[in-house]
Design a protein around this ligand. Structure first.
Ligand SMILES: Cc1cc2nc3c(=O)[nH]c(=O)nc-3n(C[C@H](O)[C@H](O)[C@H](O)COP(=O)(O)O)c2cc1C
Length: 164
């Protein structure tokens, strides 16, 4: 089974969390910057952890936005999602990018795991990353709650480990 952690990161925060996930996962997983990869490369993996930050009031990070998502093949693949945002600065569209990746993964027939995370401890008005009252992936806020990042990553990785 080949595993990749695929991230889009403009300032390095999402990249940092991707590295943390890689470290805590405890199995071999390649780190891929979506800005430097094509769909063929990503399609060659069996299992994927996809991450994005949110920009421009609710949009996917630039490299994800420009990436040819139509060519992504996710049918039957195990997929987990994570994302970064700023709940104080952008509380009306907090981590919407993760919601966009969730919709994309669902549409493409992925088997999504790690998608029922509590919103407790966060403070925001609205987020596309919330479905049925739960975050559909790991949600990290380096701008306001960086002290919680390590424990949030650890807890989430524990919850998806058996699927990877
Ligand atoms: C211009 C700008 C727009 C942003 N828009 C959003 C947003 O709509 N929603 C959100 O949750 N965070 C938003 N953020 C916060 C970033 O997602 C956050 O700082 C993140 O950690 C950046 O990660 P990166 O360095 O991996 O790109 C925005 C930040 C900036 C500077």
């Amino acid at each position: 089974m080949s595993i990749a952690i695929v991230y889009g990161s403009s300032g390095g925060n999402t990249e940092g969390v991707a590295k943390l996930i890689q470290k805590k996962l405890g199995v071999e997983a390649d780190l891929i910057d979506i800005g430097k990869a094509d769909a063929g490369k990503i399609n060659s993996y069996d299992k994927l952890i996809l991450g994005t930050s949110t920009w421009y009031e609710g949009e996917l990070q630039d490299d994800w936005a420009e990436f040819n998502k139509d060519a992504l093949e996710l049918e039957g693949k195990t997929v987990a999602l994570f994302g970064l945002g700023d709940q104080e600065g952008y509380g009306g569209e907090f981590c919407n990018g993760v919601g966009t990746l969730y919709e994309l993964s669902l549409k493409k027939g992925a088997k999504i795991v790690g998608d029922k995370n509590s919103t407790e401890g966060y403070s925001f008005e609205e987020s596309k990353a919330v479905v049925d009252g739960k975050f559909v992936g790991l949600i990290i806020d380096e701008d306001n709650q960086s002290d919680l990042t390590s424990s949030r990553v650890e807890q989430w990785v524990k919850s998806i480990k058996s699927a990877f």
